[in-house]
Write a protein that binds this ligand. Structure first.
Ligand SMILES: NC(=O)c1ccc[n+]([C@@H]2O[C@H](COP(=O)([O-])OP(=O)(O)OC[C@H]3O[C@@H](n4cnc5c(N)ncnc54)[C@H](O)[C@@H]3O)[C@@H](O)[C@H]2O)c1
Length: 249
């Protein structure tokens, strides 16, 4: 895996950031992407301090021009794209369906669904002709089951599961694999926002996990590395839950 060229969207925090560091330990060549330029440049510098080649490319996954340029600039810089981790996501605003708005739907679906669609489109554009590559979409346990007061987020992650399966089938003969990971509650900024940062919220989320604890970002990153590695050559179109048993119940 030593010289893999890896692109991660939404890489500046949480799971994306941990995945970038996990790939740095594998000596990959890494493109970290996100919306905030200064934070992105700082992350790329931190990764280079570990002795790997790393670049920041600014991109908002809702905008096709950004996503097209992100992929093209990655290939221009590192000559190819071996692994793409489509991690950028937003939880939007929760609450009952009766209180949902078009604005919230658009905010969540533009990033979580359109963002993944555009990412797949442009990543496959460069991977399919080479007959090589791995894509891992970051879904959620909310991609397989419902959660009250999170309907739009749940629907968006169900869409990510559908995009993953369809892309995997389209790419299957080419040698490109497309999989998803489905984290349960993982300690990140997003989980804090989801729970309102309260202890009660954390206790509630923990109570949903059979193993009795929240997950951490490194555990998710390792699952991404596995799915995108040559240790998983016959796995495509799958969604791997990293959820302490949540979906088993
Ligand atoms: N933390 C959890 O419990 C959990 C559980 C299941 C799934 N997930 C998923 O994991 C992924 C990462 O989330 P996280 O928990 O690390 O939270 P996070 O908020 O730290 O990370 C999300 C990142 O995506 C970026 N982002 C959002 N919209 C973007 C856009 N339009 N373009 C580019 N970047 C954008 C954010 O700025 C942020 O850096 C998300 O897709 C999320 O839905 C998280």
């Amino acid at each position: 895996m030593s010289s893999q060229v890896v692109l991660i969207t939404g890489a500046l925090t949480g799971i994306g950031r941990a995945t970038a560091f996990a790939y740095a330990h594998e000596k990959a060549q890494i493109v970290v992407s996100g919306r905030r330029r200064e934070a992105g440049l700082a992350l790329a510098a931190e990764l280079r301090d570990l002795g790997v080649e790393a670049e920041f490319i600014q991109a908002d996954v809702r905008h096709e021009d950004d996503v097209r340029a992100l992929v093209d600039q990655t290939v221009a810089r590192f000559e190819r794209l071996d692994v793409a981790v489509n991690n950028a996501g937003t939880e939007g605003t929760g609450g009952p369906i009766t209180g949902q708005t078009v604005e919230n739907y658009t905010a969540i679906f533009d990033t979580n669904v359109l963002g993944v669609l555009l990412s797949l489109k442009h990543q496959l554009r460069v991977m399919l002709p080479r007959g090589h590559g791995n894509i891992v979409n970051v879904s959620s346990v909310a991609g397989s089951v419902g959660f009250p007061n999170a309907s739009v987020y749940v629907a968006s992650k169900h869409a990510v599961e559908g995009l993953t399966r369809s892309a995997a089938l389209e790419a299957a003969k080419s040698g490109v694999r497309v999989n998803a990971i489905a984290p349960g509650p993982i300690v990140t900024d997003m989980l804090n926002r989801f729970t309102g940062g309260s202890e009660d919220g954390k206790t509630f989320m923990t109570s949903l996990v059979p193993t009795g604890r929240l997950g951490n970002v490194e555990e998710v990153a390792q699952a991404i590395l596995f799915l995108a590695s040559d240790k998983a050559p016959f796995i495509t179109g799958q969604s791997l839950a990293i959820d302490g048993g949540m979906l088993a119940g």
